[in-house]
Design a protein around this ligand. Structure first.
Ligand SMILES: Cc1cc2nc3c(=O)[nH]c(=O)nc-3n(C[C@H](O)[C@H](O)[C@H](O)COP(=O)(O)O)c2cc1C
Length: 356
């Protein structure tokens, strides 16, 4: 039987040539949010490597929403041009360029991992962070400022303006980052949201900001282009956001017109207990898909062609996202096609290396 991993997938007006997706990965290599040649080569080489969809790293909707000073951003028009160039290259390789829009909330203002990843104070170029509640990720960190209504409205309008720029930059898929303990996830989880207003307490209140951000994004994002939301399906911690709430939220997002849930997990609290292993997050993607009918993406310790093929062929997810394996091997699409005996088109410049 022909490979399901290499079967095309149409979502709205976009057809992905296969189900191999490059997961968003911070490169901590931007200056003032601007993309540069590193991003062109990093993303471009994964396009020549055969992936169907390439999602650009968490791209901040405001300077204070960056995880690190090296994050990409789309908070001003000047940041559009280089991304547009990168996207044109990705499209020339018959791949699809996507973007993940993000706000890091209380996890902002940190050093790059290779500089220790610790919180930056003002003297190190850090900034004040914001969150649903004035509670830090680590006890020894500077306390974030709890967002008031005006601050919440700014976050929503920042997502809207960045979406407008993402359209201008030529992205064809947009993913809202509501996972990994960043701002939207901080609102979703009772372990970081202690608000007593309409944004805290009940499930309906905790999901409110995510839904308002989806509305704001949809007001700018073309109806015929795919919209994804990445969530952490569980906090892996007692009393936290959980799998049932993820199903409930996914149902609501589907009704709003979101096309796909990119299903990750964790990142909200330091005492999380994650049972790491191959496919460890796949059951969440599977249950969200089964119980709501929305498309899902599976991610996390998926490294083999046959492993990814099984996830798609058994209907557990519609896309498989690869992060670290794609850093080890940018030519993931070309290699997996060979392993699964799928006949795909190689870049003509590389054809002499194709094993026939
Ligand atoms: C270098 C690096 C940067 C990452 N940056 C992001 C990011 O910007 N946004 C995001 O949602 N996840 C990010 N992640 C998480 C990955 O997208 C992915 O969910 C995770 O690594 C698990 O997949 P893997 O086992 O294939 O690596 C990053 C992971 C790595 C290794």
């Amino acid at each position: 039987m022909s490979s399901q991993l290499f079967s095309p997938l149409q979502i709205k007006s976009i057809t992905l040539k296969n189900r191999i997706t490059i997961s968003p990965m911070c490169q901590y290599s931007a200056q003032d949010g601007f993309a540069n040649d590193w991003h062109l080569v990093h993303l471009g080489s994964r396009a020549t490597g055969g992936a169907g969809l390439i999602i650009q790293e968490a791209t901040a909707v405001s300077p204070e929403g960056r995880i690190s000073p090296g994050d990409l951003g789309l908070w001003k028009d000047e940041q559009i041009e280089k991304m547009q160039q990168i996207n044109q290259f990705i499209i020339s390789q018959k791949s699809v360029p996507g973007i993940q829009l993000a706000h890091a909330g209380r996890k902002a203002s940190a050093a790059a991992p290779w500089e220790g990843g610790r919180k930056l104070d003002d003297s190190q170029g850090g900034w004040n962070t914001v969150a649903p509640s004035a509670v830090a990720y680590h006890d020894n960190e500077k306390t974030p400022i709890a967002l008031d209504k005006t601050g919440i409205e700014k976050v929503i309008s920042d997502f809207k303006s960045s979406t407008k720029r993402a359209v201008q930059a030529g992205f064809q898929v947009l993913e809202i980052h509501a996972a990994h303990g960043y701002l939207l996830h901080q609102f979703l989880s009772p372990l970081s949201n202690f608000r007593t207003d309409t944004y805290g307490g009940s499930f309906e209140n905790r999901i409110r900001l995510t839904l308002e951000v989806v509305d704001a994004v949809q007001s700018e994002w073309p109806e015929n282009l795919p919209l994804f939301v990445r969530i952490s399906a569980t906090d892996w911690a007692e009393g936290g956001w959980n799998a049932e709430e993820s199903v409930q939220l996914s149902k609501i997002l589907k009704e709003k017109g979101v096309d796909l849930i990119d299903v990750s997990s964790g990142g909200l609290v330091s005492h999380q207990q994650i049972p790491l292993g191959p496919n460890y997050q796949v059951p969440f993607a599977e249950s969200i898909k089964r119980e709501t009918g929305i498309g899902t993406g599976a991610v996390g310790l998926i490294t083999e062609a046959t492993q990814a093929e099984e996830i798609i062929a058994s209907g557990k997810a519609d896309l498989v996202l690869f992060a670290r394996e794609s850093l080890r091997n940018p030519n993931l699409g070309l290699k997996f096609a060979e392993e699964l005996q799928a006949d795909i088109q190689w870049p003509k410049q590389y054809e002499r290396a194709k094993i026939k």
